[in-house]
Design a protein around this ligand. Structure first.
Ligand code: ADP
Ligand code: MG
Length: 236
């Protein structure tokens, strides 16, 4: 419980810092990127350093984009929505990145009915996207990612599994900490954002991993029942 509190508090502090910093950085970055594109398009000879600068600019842009997700904890927009829609959206968003590395994303739907739950669809999409993206990045080529969804009367369970390198046990606790990354150009923010989004949805997030076998993220969420769904939709 204490560990849990510390983590929330840490995320709150990071969130406040992040919102200020991200806004400060993002605008000038956009200007620089626009200028670079223009300079290249107009034939000015920047070839030698164009890619170098652009990579760094994009990296900072990614970082501020991720930071900004921390900064809107109270702007969560909960509605009764379909979990399937989110999953399909994430699969289509990841399709080209996955395919370019030879990865295949499988979706297995074990629920009899479509799963409706109270969610912020943008955040739920971001959550699943972060996990699927990590899986893609962890596997070199020709990996497979299995997304499986099931439900019982109270909860929806989502499993996202890859057959990548796995996570060393000494890292397992740390992967949810802000800024923990093993990637050269990683931000280390993806999973801490995931953790926060799951908390906001009153869900649970667990990870199981075996070296050289793969990694499974297991998410559970309380479900809205049909009556609530109808009531909600009638009200909106
Ligand atoms: P980033 O992706 O920027 O490194 P994340 O918070 O998304 O930050 O992930 C933190 C770390 O967790 C990654 O750097 C990686 O070491 C580890 N990780 C996350 N998902 C996986 C996975 N599916 N397989 C192997 N390692 C993973
Ligand atoms: Mg990540």
């Amino acid at each position: 419980q204490e560990e849990h509190m510390q983590r929330s508090e840490k995320l709150r502090v990071v969130g406040e810092l992040a919102s200020g910093m991200a806004h400060e950085i993002r605008n000038p970055l956009t200007t620089v990127r626009g200028f670079l594109q223009l300079a290249k398009a107009s034939g000015y000879n920047i070839e030698a350093w164009y890619n170098l600068i652009m990579d760094e600019v994009n990296r900072m842009s990614d970082l501020t984009g991720e930071f900004l997700q921390f900064s809107k904890p109270h702007r969560t927009d909960f509605r009764t929505d379909s979990l399937h829609d989110c999953i399909l959206k994430v699969i289509s968003l990841m399709e080209s990145e996955a395919t370019s590395s030879g990865h295949v994303i499988h979706f297995q739907d074990m629920a009899a009915d479509e799963i409706f739950m109270l969610m912020d669809q943008d955040k739920m999409t971001q959550l699943l996207l972060n996990i699927v993206k990590n899986a893609c990045e962890a596997m070199e080529t020709n990996g497979s990612i299995h997304i499986q969804v099931s439900r019982d009367p109270k909860n929806a369970t989502l499993v996202i599994a890859d057959n990548g390198p796995g996570i060393p046990s000494e890292y397992l606790e740390q992967i949810f900490h802000p800024f923990f990354t093993t990637k050269e150009t990683g931000t280390g923010l993806g999973l801490s954002i995931c953790y926060k989004i799951v908390q906001d949805h009153h869900g649970t997030l667990e990870v199981e991993s075996e070296l050289n076998k793969g990694t499974r993220f297991i998410l559970t969420f309380p479900m809205a029942d049909k009556a609530d769904t109808l009531k909600d939709n009638a009200a909106s």
